[in-house]
Ligand binder design. Structure first.
Ligand code: ADA
Length: 566
C-alpha cells in the first residue's frame, strides 16, 4: 500500500525521526515533505522546513502571530493514521479535512493524535501554530529567552493496526543484580476483544505474555533480572528494548526504545550514581542557536554535547523547559547527566494564579515525565525556576507539582532552582535543594563570604539534603576584550566564573554546580531588551554561534580538575 503526498510516491520523501533511532521495524512510518506550505495570519505564503522555527525565514525573523502549515495526503486504502508531533510552538491545532482533531499547548512537550478508519483518497492536513503572548498562555510569557514559532520539532506519521502498542515504560533497579520493571500498554480500537501475545526483548532475553485485549487500553507488566552493564557518563551503555505485538502468531506491531541500567539517589548531602557518590558539574543550556532558533538540527545538538563534554562537564540542566527528545538521546548515548524541568521561569505569584496556569503547568510536568522517563541520562526532575517559593500559596503549587512527579516516577530525586534567598519556605519539599546565586554580577558581594553566610541559613532549613548551585555567572559580549576587566568584557566573565567555581567546587557542602549559561541566547524584545544588550542573554561561555569566549578555558581548568578528583 502506498501513501502519496502531492502526487509523488512516498519513497521520494525522507522520514524525519523523532528519535535518534528507528522506533519501529514493523509499523509503517510515513515519510513526509521536507518543505511544507505555510501561510501567515495576513496571508503571506512561504515554504518552510519541518521541523524549523519560522524565525529562520528572513521575512519572519521577528514574526509573532498565527501561522498555518498545510500538506496533502493521499491514501490508496483506508487506514488508522497516528500523527506524532515532537513540539509545536506554542499553541497548536491540528485539522484533517478541515476537522479539528487535536489541540495542544506548549512548545516543549510532544503530543499525538490518532485518526481511525481514514478513507482512501486525498486528505488535507493543516497545523495551526500560534506563538503570541495571550491571556490563555500562562507559561509562555515575554522572558529572558525567546518563544519561537512553528513546528519546531520533528513530526512522524504512522499507520497502526486496530490493536497496537501505545507505549513501553522501563524502570531499572538494583538489588545486587540489575532488574527492570517493564510496562507495555496496548490499545484495542476494534469492535471486539482480541487474543494477542506481547513479547519484550532486551539484553538478549525475551519474555512473552498472552492477553485478551479488551476495547481501549490493556497494560502488561514484566519484572525481570538482566545480565547487563550499568550506565554512567563515563560508560553510557545502552540496550535496545523491543516490544512486539502478535495476533494469532503473526507480528502486527512493534515499538523500540533505548534504555540504560543506572540508579541515582539523594542520600544525606550526597548524590549517588549506581550507589557511588558523584558530584555533578556542567551548564544550563537553552534550546537556542543563532540561525535556527529553538529548532536545532542534530549536528548542532551534537556539537553542543561535544563542546560541553570537551570542557569536562558531566551534566547539563535543561533551562527552563523539557527538551527535544533527540537531544536527550544524545545525552544517553554520549554520557551527560540531565536535570530536566517543566516549563516555568521567573513566575511571580499573580502569574501562577492566572486562570489556566494550574492545568498548563500540570500538563507540562505530566507530559515531561511520561515522555522522558525511560532516558537513563535524566537523573533529576526540576520544577518552578525562581517562582513564588517564598509564599504559602506558591508552596501549595510546588507541593502539587512535586506530587505529580512522584506519582509518575519515584526513581529520580526532585529539586527546584530558587532565588528566594533567606526567604524560601519550600526547602523541605524537594529531595535536593538548589539555589541561583549571582555574586559579583548582580550583587557586588564577595562570593566566598556571601556563600558562607547563605550556606549557614540553607543548612538550618535543609541540614541533610544535597545542595546544587544551579546558576551563577556573568555577562560578556563575545569579542569585547578590555584590560580593565570591566563588566561585559570577556576578562570580567573569566574573573567571576573563576571566583565562583573556586568557591562552590571548593566546598564539601556542594553536590553539584551548573554555570549560567552554556551559550548566549536570544531573549524576547518585549520587556527584556533594555537589560539585555543585542536582545541576548550574554552570560554564555560560548556565544550564540558557539564561538568560545575566554571563560571557556577557565571552566575547562575547573571541570578537568573536578574530573581528575575521581
Ligand atoms: C535567572 C534565571 C535565568 C536567567 C538568569 C540571568 O537566574 O533563572 O533564566 O534569566 O537569571 O541571566 O539573569
Amino acid at each position: 500500500m502506498f501513501l502519496w503526498y502531492n502526487g509523488l510516491a512516498l519513497e521520494k520523501r525522507r522520514s524525519f525521526m523523532i528519535r535518534l533511532f528507528q522506533q519501529h521495524s514493523l509499523r509503517k512510518i510515513i515519510p513526509y515533505e521536507s518543505l511544507w506550505n505555510f501561510t501567515t495570519e495576513d496571508g503571506r505564503k512561504f515554504k518552510l522546513a519541518v521541523p524549523s522555527a519560522w524565525e529562520s525565514h528572513p521575512e519572519l525573523s521577528t514574526y509573532r502571530g498565527i501561522g498555518t502549515y498545510d500538506l496533502t495526503l493521499k491514501l490508496d486504502t483506508g487506514a488508522n493514521l497516528l500523527m506524532n508531533f515532537g513540539g509545536v510552538s506554542h499553541f497548536a491545532e491540528v485539522l484533517l479535512d478541515e476537522r479539528s482533531v487535536a489541540r495542544h499547548y506548549d512548545a516543549h512537550t510532544a503530543f499525538s493524535v490518532l485518526v481511525t478508519s481514514l478513507a482512501e483518497g486525498e486528505h488535507v492536513l493543516k497545523v495551526v501554530a500560534d506563538n503570541r503572548f495571550t491571556e490563555e498562555s500562562t507559561l509562555h510569557i515575554p522572558n529572558d529567552y525567546y518563544s519561537y514559532g512553528g513546528i519546531t520539532r520533528p513530526v512522524s506519521f504512522e499507520i497502526v493496526p486496530d490493536v497496537y502498542i501505545n507505549r513501553v515504560d522501563f524502570e531499572p533497579f538494583f538489588d545486587g543484580d540489575w532488574h527492570a520493571r517493564i510496562t507495555v500498554s496496548i490499545h484495542n480500537i476494534s469492535k471486539a476483544s482480541r487474543e494477542v501475545d506481547v513479547s519484550v526483548t532486551l539484553a538478549e532475553k525475551t519474555v512473552t505474555a498472552h492477553v485478551s485485549a479488551e476495547l481501549g487500553e490493556t497494560v502488561l507488566k514484566f519484572d525481570e533480572k538482566y545480565a547487563v552493564l550499568p550506565w554512567s557518563p563515563e560508560s553510557p551503555t545502552l540496550y535496545t528494548a523491543s516490544a512486539v505485538l502478535s495476533d494469532n502468531g503473526a507480528p502486527i506491531d512493534d515499538m523500540i526504545d533505548r534504555v540504560g541500567f543506572r540508579t541515582f539517589e539523594a542520600r544525606g548531602k550526597e548524590l549517588l550514581l549506581n550507589g557511588e557518590p558523584i558530584r555533578i558539574f556542567g551548564f544550563n543550556r537553552h534550546e537556542d542557536h543563532a540561525n535556527v532558533g529553538s529548532a536545532l538540527p542534530l549536528p548542532l545538538m551534537l556539537r553542543d554535547v561535544q563542546l560541553m563534554k570537551g570542557l569536562g562537564a558531566n551534566a547539563v540542566r535543561f533551562s527552563h523547559y523539557p527538551n527535544d527528545e533527540r537531544f536527550i538521546d544524545l545525552c544517553d548515548e554520549l554520557g551527560l547527566l540531565v536535570w530536566e524541568e517543566h516549563h516555568a521561569r521567573g513566575l511571580k505569584l499573580p502569574m501562577m494564579q492566572r486562570d489556566g496556569f494550574d492545568e498548563q503547568i500540570t500538563a507540562s510536568t505530566t507530559e515531561m515525565v511520561l515522555q522522558h522517563r525511560n532516558h537513563p541520562s535524566i537523573v533529576i526532575w526540576g520544577v518552578f525556576n525562581e517562582c513564588a517559593s517564598d509564599t504559602e500559596a506558591g508552596r501549595k503549587m510546588y507541593e502539587k507539582q512535586y506530587g505529580v512527579i512522584k506519582a509518575l516516577d519515584r526513581s529520580r530525586p526532585t529539586t527546584s532552582a530558587s532565588d528566594k534567598h533567606y526567604t524560601d519556605i519550600c526547602l523541605d519539599l524537594p529531595d535536593i535543594v538548589s539555589f541561583n546565586i549571582y555574586s559579583e554580577w548582580y550583587h557586588a558581594t564577595n562570593t566566598a563570604e556571601a556563600f558562607a553566610h547563605e550556606l549557614e541559613w540553607i543548612r538550618e532549613k535543609a541540614p541533610d539534603k544535597p545542595l546544587i548551585l544551579s546558576e551563577f555567572g556573568a555577562g560578556a559580549i563575545y569579542g569585547y576584550r578590555n584590560p580593565t576587566r570591566v563588566m561585559w568584557s570577556e576578562e570580567c566573565q573569566c574573573d567571576i566564573l573563576d571566583s565562583c567555581l573556586n568557591t562552590y567546587l571548593g566546598s564539601d557542602d556542594v553536590a553539584g554546580v551548573f554555570i549560567w549559561q552554556f551559550a548566549d541566547c536570544r531573549v524576547t524584545e518585549e520587556k527584556w531588551a533594555i537589560s539585555r544588550p543585542r536582545t541576548y542573554n550574554n552570560k554564555g561561555v560560548f556565544d550564540e554561534f558557539r564561538r568560545p569566549k575566554l571563560a571557556a578555558e577557565v571552566v575547562k581548568k575547573h571541570f578537568k580538575k573536578e574530573s581528575d578528583k575521581k
